[in-house]
Design a protein around this ligand. Structure first.
Ligand code: NAP
Length: 314
């Protein structure tokens, strides 16, 4: 066969394989990440999205029963106990939801021969690397908070039990659903008693739109990714820059005063350096992330007015 035709054939075959329609079982469909994954993946795949009442991931029998009925190609775990403060005191629930649940799903993925995709976070690192050095997928973890420790254990449970897994670590997420960074800025800024916002200049991250993370998860699944991937927006900023940008874009006039992490009472457990490098996805040519400001502006254009109304209602 002529070289040109062979290249064309290989490209077409890999495109078809990549775009294969799959049956994807999503848990955590009502959360920030789960709701975006549901929207994005439903374009090209068949989804089974049981709610918590139908499948509680901490129940092995419930998980097995549901998977026996649906026999998916992929299990996507978007469940999490994500309230970092509550994690410090509610040890029992954190263990069940963040560790035993993912273990059940990983063991089930082995039993049913399907891929397991699990969402984790960059808090598994201690955030002490000097800026602007990012964390790579194979850097040594050193979780500080109870939440972070549980997420690291969740990763171990997935790696140890699923022969075909993807772990996607993200960080600094915002979106239309659930509690998140942009919403907490607005809630604080629009509170009647707030006269000034004090925001650290020495905490850095790459604010990432949960919709973009869902696109990255779709790409990883369709490319048959394997292993641990970092997935955050391109570029980075300080929390001060982020908050100032959100308020300016939404025409909210409240003074923002720069401070240091150590000056804030409620900043215990905040990592100074939250930068993750998407090294593996870039190496494999499947990184879909864009600059943090580009996505943030799109998101605020689309959802800013609704978010302001929501914050004012509270
Ligand atoms: N938020 C972030 O900034 C961030 C950053 C990096 C990674 N992550 C990770 O991404 C994942 C999703 O986070 P998120 O912010 O989207 O979470 P979220 O908004 O708090 O949503 C959590 C989801 O889990 C479901 N759930 C809780 N317990 C369950 C159980 N026992 N069985 C079945 N479903 C259960 C909830 O259902 P109900 O609504 O019915 O309670 C909800 O759908 C988590 O693993 C989190 O660690 C989050």
């Amino acid at each position: 066969m002529a070289m040109g035709y062979r290249v064309l054939l290989i490209t077409a075959t890999s495109w078809c394989l990549k775009r294969k329609r799959m049956k994807i079982f999503i848990v955590g469909k009502t959360g920030m990440v789960g709701s975006e994954c549901r929207k994005v993946l439903s374009r090209d795949h068949e989804l089974i999205c049981p709610g918590k009442k139908e499948v509680n991931i901490i129940s092995w029998d419930g998980v097995i029963e549901s998977l026996t009925e649906s026999s998916p190609d992929v299990i996507l775990n978007c469940v999490g106990f994500t309230d970092m403060k509550a994690c410090e005191t509610e040890e029992f629930d954190v263990r069940k939801i963040n560790i035993e649940g993912p273990r059940n799903l990983a063991q089930a993925s082995a039993r049913f021969g399907c891929k397991m995709v699990h969402v984790s976070c960059g808090h598994i690192f201690d955030g002490q690397k000097p800026m602007p050095q990012p964390y790579f997928e194979d850097d040594s973890p050193n979780p500080v908070s109870a939440y972070a420790k549980s997420k690291l254990e969740s990763e171990t449970a997935v790696r140890g039990n699923s022969p075909d897994y993807i772990i996607v670590r993200s960080m600094c997420l915002y979106g239309a659903t659930g509690k998140n960074l942009v919403k907490s800025v607005l809630a604080q800024a629009l509170r009647k008693s707030t006269k000034v916002l004090r925001v650290p200049v020495d905490q850095y991250g790459a604010p990432t739109w949960s919709y973009r993370l869902a696109l990255q998860i779709k790409e990883l699944i369709e490319s048959n990714g394997k292993g641990t991937y970092h997935a955050t927006a391109a570029g980075h900023c300080s929390r001060f820059e982020f908050v100032s940008h959100v308020l300016k874009a939404l025409n909210i006039n409240i003074p923002v005063e720069p401070c240091s992490l150590k000056d804030l009472k409620d900043a215990a457990g905040w990592s100074p350096n939250c930068l993750l490098e998407n090294r593996l996805a870039k190496k494999q040519g499947i990184d879909v992330m864009v600059d943090w400001k580009t996505d943030l502006d799109r998101f605020l254009n689309m959802s800013g007015d609704d978010l302001i109304k929501e914050a004012r209602r509270r």
